[in-house]
Design a binder for this molecule. Structure first.
Ligand SMILES: [Zn+2]
Length: 642
């Protein structure tokens, strides 16, 4: 494969009509908000104690550890997000908070490099003894990612030094050599973090450890003989070897199994390894898994994880809409994996999925005000049912301020602040634009510097303009989204001929310095049907327009949304709505039951006595915006008329 060139997230400045207020809000308000939460200074939010745990471990405060075994990772993700936010605003307070908290982390680190407050404070005798469920490597991974982000954006290697020492310790613990643990993380994450560290430092030791973990996974004994693994896997059938993606070595895995976030992080880390070492057998294993996920196990929103128990994948085509898990973190993972596959082989099918996850399941994880969050992102909600039934226990019917288990909120914020990193990839001198998100980019090629200035109407209209400054004949490939109709490129207003390659368009002769290229395509609203093997979506349709999945809400349509039957013969109509600063809504025609014969005490009627159906329409809004107007029914997959 031709050589991937890493593009620093620092060199891509998102400036986009759709994303700006989300990123600005993240930078201005959400970063400080989450900082208050992590410091237990935010009334109404579930307690975090994440900073306090580090302070106690550093000897700066007295007290006990509080929280989940992976509580440290909430702070790590915040550090990553806050570091990335400095790309947009050098907020002195945020910079000070970062410096202060890194100082605390430095003090909390033990002389041998150990750094995990749960084990330092609560179970010092169990360090590296509970690999299956202990999350030490998961927390280390997130802190390493934070260190790389902090270093990339600020140039300071303070946290990176802490984490290098931590990784050096981990290298003495894990390995096939005598006296080491021939094992791998219970919860994957560190693999991809190690590869990030490898890329910014060039130090081989990071990559060697990542390769070891990726390839060792699924080999025995691993952590299978640990007490906590045996206890959990006998008590809970959802937590056996496949829960950890450890049922087989990756090259023998044909289906995505187990905990969805773990799976996504594992595949992402494995793709990072394959990208660097060029191991075609690993790439092929990832292609097989990608196909299984996206062709059989992924929701239309880009979400994964069909079941709350075990937060996991189940079987092919099992995609329930109301009891699904579709964790925000898993969708972040789906986008990360898609990005890595694009770095390996730029094919637009990967970008289609990455974009779908970002605009739908990731963005639904956060409210428009930025301070309320979903962990689980269902595709159908009836609040009274969800709040009563035990099989809906994971489903929140409104976003909450924070979670006891708070992996998702800082994950969305680091994704928003790092969005620039998803727009382009580069292979040697060829640049690929995957997302039409407005931005200013500075890229280096062997021919010289390329500057791209992009404005975009997406996701509301299929139009983006890219002004190119750089060497004559610059190779910038523009993605042709799967949903795009009538894709065209104009140079300074005149149509140009392009060549198509794996779903990307390259203007014949390359780009000219100083010219503006306008990419245009139609985005019709489309009714989408699911494979009949998906029981839950039989005789139903969802509506897509461009990258956006649409949904019906009670706020616009009243209750009993499932009674509506969409007429697929009538195209969905575009509706400009004043909601949320102006959005493109859609109107779908169909019918609803005439309610005359259905009083509240008539449960069943012979069909002949039913008084028929009335013409009706449903007003749809983009799925990611649901539940910003209070609690109510929501529906993505609508019933259809025969
Ligand atoms: Zn999460």
């Amino acid at each position: 494969m031709s050589k991937n060139v890493e593009i620093s997230v620092k060199n891509i400045h998102v400036d986009d009509a759709f994303w700006n207020h989300r990123i600005e809000n993240a930078v201005e308000n959400v970063i400080p908000y989450q900082w208050r939460v992590l410091n237990d200074q935010q009334p109404g939010a579930a307690p975090s104690h994440a900073v306090m745990n580090f302070k106690i471990a550093a000897g700066l405060e007295k007290g006990e550890f509080y929280g989940y075994v992976f509580q440290d990772s909430d702070l790590a993700k915040w550090i990553e997000a806050a570091s990335l936010s400095l790309i947009y605003k050098q907020d002195p307070q945020v910079m000070q908070n970062l410096e202060d908290v890194i100082g605390i982390i430095e003090k909390a680190q033990q002389p041998d490099g150990y750094l995990d407050t749960h084990y330092i404070l609560k179970k010092p005798d169990k360090k590296w003894k509970e690999i299956a469920h202990g999350h030490e490597l998961y927390c280390a991974g997130h802190m390493l990612e934070a260190a790389v982000a902090y270093y990339t954006v600020t140039g300071s290697d303070r946290l990176l030094k802490v984490m290098e020492k931590n990784v050096d310790l981990i290298r003495t613990i894990f390995g096939d050599e005598e006296g080491k643990l021939p094992s791998y993380p219970g919860h994957e994450e560190i693999e991809l973090a190690l590869m990030k560290a490898y890329r910014v430092t060039g130090q081989q030791k990071y990559m060697d450890l990542a390769e070891y973990f990726v390839n060792k996974r699924g080999h025995e004994p691993g952590f299978f003989q640990e007490e906590s693994f045996i206890e959990n896997s006998t008590r809970d059938k959802t937590m056996q070897k496949d829960y950890h993606q450890a049922h087989a070595p990756i090259r023998e895995q044909k289906t995505a199994e187990g905990h969805a976030v773990r799976a996504m992080y594992y595949y992402t880390g494995a793709a990072d390894v394959a990208l660097e070492n060029g191991d075609e057998s690993l790439v092929e294993a990832l292609r097989v898994l990608w196909k299984n996920v996206t062709n059989r196990r992924m929701y239309i929103t880009g979400g994964v994880g069909s079941q709350g128990d075990g937060e996991r994948f189940t079987i092919d085509y099992d995609l329930p809409n109301d009891t699904c898990y579709t964790e925000t973190c898993a969708a972040v993972g789906m986008a990360m994996w898609g990005l890595r596959m694009l770095k390996i082989e730029p094919k637009s099918e990967y970008a289609d999925v990455m974009e779908r996850a970002l605009y739908n399941n990731v963005l639904s994880g956060i409210s428009e005000d930025g301070e309320h969050y979903f962990y689980v992102n269902p595709l159908m909600v009836k609040p009274d049912v969800a709040n009563y039934r035990s099989d809906h226990i994971s489903v929140e019917t409104k976003r909450v301020r924070w979670f006891g288990c708070a992996c998702c909120p800082p994950n969305v914020i680091r994704t928003l602040c790092g969005l620039g990193g998803y727009i382009y990839t580069q292979k040697e001198d060829a640049v690929y634009q995957h997302l039409y998100v407005g931005n200013e980019a500075v890229l280096s090629t062997s021919q010289g510097e390329i500057r791209l200035s992009c404005t975009s109407q997406m996701p509301w209209q299929g139009e983006a303009s890219v002004t190119y400054h750089g060497p004559q004949g610059g190779k910038v490939f523009f993605r042709i989204p799967a949903y795009a109709k009538g894709f065209s490129i104009c140079k300074e207003g005149n149509p140009v001929v392009y060549r198509e390659e794996n779903g990307y368009a390259l203007v014949e002769g390359g780009l000219e310095d100083g010219c503006t290229y306008t990419i245009s395509f139609e985005m019709e609203a489309q009714f989408i049907l699911a494979n009949p093997r998906v029981t839950e979506d039989c005789a139903k349709a969802a509506v897509l327009r461009g990258p956006l999945v649409y949904c019906a809400e009670e706020a616009d349509n009243g209750p009993w949304l499932n009674d509506f039957r969409a007429c697929l013969e009538t195209p969905a109509e575009l509706e400009k709505r004043d909601l949320f600063g102006g959005i493109c809504g859609l109107k779908v025609s169909g019918s609803r039951s005439s309610m005359e014969c259905w009083d509240a005490d008539t449960l069943y009627l012979p069909a002949a006595k039913v008084c028929g159906r009335e013409k009706a329409s449903l007003h749809l809004i983009p799925y990611f915006l649901w539940n910003n107007r209070g609690e109510g029914e929501m529906l993505v997959w609508m019933n259809t008329e025969a």
